[in-house]
Design a protein around this ligand. Structure first.
Ligand SMILES: NC(=O)c1ccc[n+]([C@@H]2O[C@H](COP(=O)([O-])OP(=O)(O)OC[C@H]3O[C@@H](n4cnc5c(N)ncnc54)[C@H](OP(=O)(O)O)[C@@H]3O)[C@@H](O)[C@H]2O)c1
Length: 267
């Protein structure tokens, strides 16, 4: 029986894997988990950023960090994460690696769209399966998947990114119930806009945005208690007000929002 009052490191530890740890939300999860006493496997492509993070966490908290440079749009990259973590007793996995695209679907690059599908959905699925089996045999574990506020309806001008997030949201909801009697907690994190490298990468202009530290802190509090968290005030206000609107209405609202956020594409 899992005791929800226990510190996370005692409940799931001693090792956690964080993908997308070089920047943004993943980096904030890594910092929060190091502070809570986890040892970490930090995964992303930019090794110099991972090395710098590992050094600062070792100095601040005495964290043991393994830096794992892997491209999660490839099957080899995902397999490497599973292989190279086998020697650690991993109890918590945060799949924060991901990116978005914005603008009209037909004006985008289909190769980039398929890369996004592989990172956001393919890698999250393969890691959920691989670590889920390990968690099942050790009788406990925690899995955090990065969904989004855009996961709950179609989003014109970010149609495929929103589709990848619907996939992740649905996967997390199903696994949470399927694994509940195995001692494995699953959480979908559905943030609104967050101030990270995401907007620049997607070519979006964001107005107000939440800090990635708030996203990590609220998510870790919600793990094991809820199935989905909308971290930060902005995500709650946007999420709950949209939730009152029928799906067709939400799609139209998102079309207006995205028109504003991608206005510069037409210029
Ligand atoms: N920011 C937002 O407004 C927002 C809102 C809702 C949901 N989210 C979700 O939150 C997650 C994290 O995004 P973020 O805001 O933290 O963005 P970010 O600051 O751009 O960070 C993205 C992270 O993903 C890694 N990554 C991207 N492609 C990768 C690949 N092929 N292989 C390995 N790692 C890869 C990046 O590392 P490298 O480039 O070093 O590989 C980086 O560490 C994403 O799933 C995103 O969909 C973000």
């Amino acid at each position: 029986m899992i005791d929800r009052r226990e510190p996370l490191e005692v409940r799931y530890g001693p090792w956690a894997v964080v993908t997308g740890a070089s920047e943004g939300i993943g980096k904030s999860f890594a910092a929060a988990l190091a502070q809570q006493g986890f040892h970490l496997v930090l995964v992303a492509r930019r090794s110099h950023l991972l090395d710098a993070l590992a050094a600062s966490l070792a100095q601040a908290h005495g964290t043991q960090c393994d830096v794992l440079t892997a491209d999660l749009s490839t099957a080899e990259g995902v397999a490497e994460v599973l292989d190279r973590t086998a020697r650690h007793d991993v109890g918590l996995v945060v799949c924060a690696a991901g990116f978005g695209t914005a603008g009209r679907f037909l004006e985008g690059d289909v190769g980039e769209e398929l890369d996004m599908l592989r990172v956001n959905c393919g890698a999250s699925t393969a890691l959920s399966w691989g670590f889920g089996r390990r968690f099942e045999s050790r009788g406990r574990g925690g899995l955090i998947l990065l969904s989004s506020i855009v996961a709950f309806q179609g989003v014109p001008r970010s149609a495929h990114y929103a589709a990848t997030k619907s996939y992740v949201q649905t996967l997390a909801e199903g696994l949470r119930v399927e694994w509940a009697d195995r001692g494995i907690d699953v959480l979908a994190v559905a943030p609104g806009p967050v101030a990270t490298g995401f907007a620049g990468r997607a070519g979006l202009t964001m107005g107000r945005a939440e800090s990635p530290e708030v996203v990590a802190a609220e998510s870790l509090k919600a793990l094991g208690r809820r199935g989905t968290v909308r971290p930060g005030l902005l995500a709650k206000v946007l999420g709950y007000s949209l939730a009152m609107t029928p799906r067709w209405g939400r799609i139209r609202i998102m079309a207006m929002v995205m028109r504003g956020m991608t206005k510069h594409h037409a210029a």
